[in-house]
Design a protein. Structure first.
Length: 335
């Protein structure tokens, strides 16, 4: 009897000690996005899911929940939900995660990145690594970059080609308070709301304008809610980050971690190329629908840069002076 008990205890101890190496995988991993499959953003997530399914021969199943529905539409809560493991994975915008990861405000600094090469110089260089380290420190494992795109300003009232045109305009923004500061510096009246609330607010005229990449303007048919003026000022671009809650990440075998990461890198590259390649055609489509598209001369552009300098002074210390400098150098030295 005693012997048996000893054996049982030993067996139990043994079981406890055996590392739960790679726990049973979940039947399904949730992937959060804001924009669904009709948009490049949703397509980036679709591609990731598809590549992982294919390369794991169906062992790893991911299911996309768009419109930030896992956080009841409040996209600025997505990061916290992933960190706590309520959401397993996400393809998210740096804007939406910036309230929790201050370093992500880097990409929102007005006019930091003049072109696509500048975005790549940051994301693919040392600054990009530092940003990923900052995400990792907060309990989320970043795997790869994607792209929502350069954000352009639309409104229902007037052609905007100088800061004074924004005077008193109600502009919908999302993300950290940095956006309030940018639009306040320009004399506008910014108001924060989720994507879910944005279109209704534009429809009723509760706000006069918004800012989003032209792919979003096009697919969401923002022109149909009275947004007939679009200024291509490219004041910032929001990269997308493919990421996994670190709690969930640890449950995957090293081989599967590598598989998930490589699939995210491949999906991100594919989506970035595709969305950039579609830009001209999308812009032409928007013009055809009667939207007045304004391009800025170098002088007009400079006036917006000057008017938003205070945002750097206030936000560089919060983002990290060194990171901002690293990013500025990467942009200056881009090929
Ligand atoms: O809400 C937006 O403007 C959107 C869809 O672009 C983001 O999620 C940042």
């Amino acid at each position: 009897m005693l012997k048996r008990r000893t054996f049982m205890a030993a067996a139990a101890a043994c079981m406890l000690m055996t590392p739960v190496a790679h726990a049973e995988y979940k039947a399904e991993y949730t992937v959060s996005t804001v924009l669904p499959s009709a948009f490049p953003w949703g397509q980036a997530a679709d591609k990731w899911v598809e590549l992982v399914k294919e390369r794991s021969a169906g062992r790893i199943n991911m299911k996309i929940y768009s419109n930030a529905q896992l956080v009841s539409g409040d996209q600025t809560k997505e990061f916290s939900a992933m960190r706590s493991g309520l959401i397993d994975m996400a393809v998210g915008s740096t804007i939406n995660w910036s309230p929790q990861v201050s370093e992500l405000n880097l990409f929102s600094l007005p006019f930091l990145m003049p072109d696509h090469t500048a975005i790549d110089a940051i994301t693919q260089g040392e600054a990009g690594k530092a940003v990923f380290a900052a995400i990792e420190k907060r309990g989320v494992t970043p795997l790869a970059w994607g792209e929502n795109g350069f954000r352009q300003l639309s409104n229902s009232k007037l052609k905007i080609d100088k800061p004074a045109d924004l005077e008193g305009l109600k502009i919908r923004v999302v993300g950290s308070p940095l956006f309030q500061d940018t639009f306040t510096a320009l004399g506008a009246n910014p108001t924060q709301m989720s994507w879910a609330d944005a279109k209704p607010a534009l429809t009723t005229g509760a706000v006069d304008g918004q800012e989003n990449p032209i792919s979003v303007f096009d697919v969401a048919r923002i022109d149909q809610v009275g947004q007939t003026h679009l200024t291509r000022w490219g004041y910032m671009a929001d990269p997308l980050v493919f990421a996994v809650s670190t709690r969930v990440w640890r449950q995957f075998s090293p081989e599967d971690q590598q598989l998930l990461k490589q699939a995210a890198i491949d999906a991100g590259k594919w989506e970035i190329e595709k969305s950039r390649a579609e830009l001209d055609a999308t812009l032409a489509k928007i013009k055809e629908r009667g939207v007045e598209v304004t391009e800025l001369t170098p002088e007009q552009h400079a006036a917006f840069v000057d008017a938003t300098q205070s945002v750097y002074e206030k936000w560089a210390p919060r983002i990290g002076e060194e990171l901002v400098k690293q990013a500025q150098d990467a942009v200056a030295n881009r090929k």
